[in-house]
Design a protein around this ligand. Structure first.
Ligand code: NDP
Length: 252
């Protein structure tokens, strides 16, 4: 499915893989110029090349969203190339489950700094662009990719879920600031999706548990989530889907 995004300029974080990459491709297929942000320069270049080969316009911008100066440089690179953006998708994220009793301050810090503060850094870097687009009467979108983890409880996932619950609430409250300025804020909460997210888990038991879930629940694909995002941002400017939980049919 393709959606009309002619004239839009988008920034997608987490675009090196998974949902971010699929979203960047689908937005570009609809006619948006898309800046792809993540850390792995080689994967970004591959994704950008694929988009260009499909007739789209893409800009690979390697950045670590936990680095404030790097985010500012990335925003400058996007502005220099294309001017203001009107669509921001925060899909960058890490999931590093472990019981809190394991005391993994390294993982807690990384998750909070990527999933929550990282998203905030990106929002801050492009907020004025979105407000300007809204003021011009054009569609302006901020989409945050949270998780069903913000609503359900799994042992070992306390900190990850806390970052996602915080992002969900950030989206809802930020919407009260940006909505009156004609900027739409959407919070997307996917369930089990087949991506690289689980590949960084440093806990054999929780890793096996996640693998087991994939055996019994046919997961969503990244393209399923991208489709929801592209549908959402292609509604007329006066329509804002505030929040959406999207699950594999068999996920309780
Ligand atoms: P992936 O691991 O495939 O994608 C995560 C992306 O985030 C990668 O492109 C990664 O690229 C990027 N990223 C990670 N850390 C940073 C950083 N510090 N700076 C910039 N980019 C970073 O997994 P998903 O596609 O599944 O994840 C996308 C979002 O969806 C995440 O926020 C995740 O929490 C959420 N989610 C996933 C679910 C699932 O079941 N898969 C379910 C619910 C929500 P790089 O390593 O190159 O930086």
């Amino acid at each position: 499915m393709s959606y009309d995004l002619t004239g839009r300029t988008a920034v997608v974080t987490g675009a090196a893989s998974g949902m971010g990459e699929a979203t960047a491709r689908l937005l570009a297929a609809g006619g948006a110029r898309v800046a792809l942000l993540a850390r792995r320069a080689d994967r970004l270049a591959e994704s950008a090349a694929k988009i260009e080969a499909e007739g789209g316009r893409a800009l690979a911008v390697p950045v670590d969203v936990t680095d404030q100066a790097a985010v500012e440089r990335a925003a400058e690179a996007v502005h220099q190339a294309w001017g203001r953006v009107d669509l921001v998708v925060n899909a960058a994220g890490v999931m590093l489950p472990n019981p809190v009793a394991a005391g993994r301050l390294d993982e807690w810090t990384r998750m909070v700094d990527t999933n929550l503060t990282g998203a905030l850094r990106v929002i801050d870097a492009f907020r004025a662009d979105l407000v300007a687009a809204g003021a011009e009467g054009r569609a302006a979108d901020l989409v945050n990719v949270s998780s069903i983890g913000s609503h359900v409880t799994f042992p070992g996932y306390a900190v990850y879920s806390a970052t996602k619950a915080a992002l969900t609430h950030l989206s809802a409250v930020l919407r009260t600031e940006l909505g009156p300025l004609d900027v739409r804020v959407t919070n997307v909460e996917p369930g089990l999706t087949d991506t690289e997210l689980g590949s960084h888990i440093d806990n054999a038991e929780l890793s096996a548990q996640l693998d087991g879930m994939f055996q019994v629940i046919p997961p969503l694909t990244s393209e399923d989530v991208a489709d929801l995002i592209a549908w959402t941002v292609s509604r007329r400017a006066g329509v804002n889907l505030r929040q959406a939980i999207v699950l594999p049919t068999r996920q309780a």
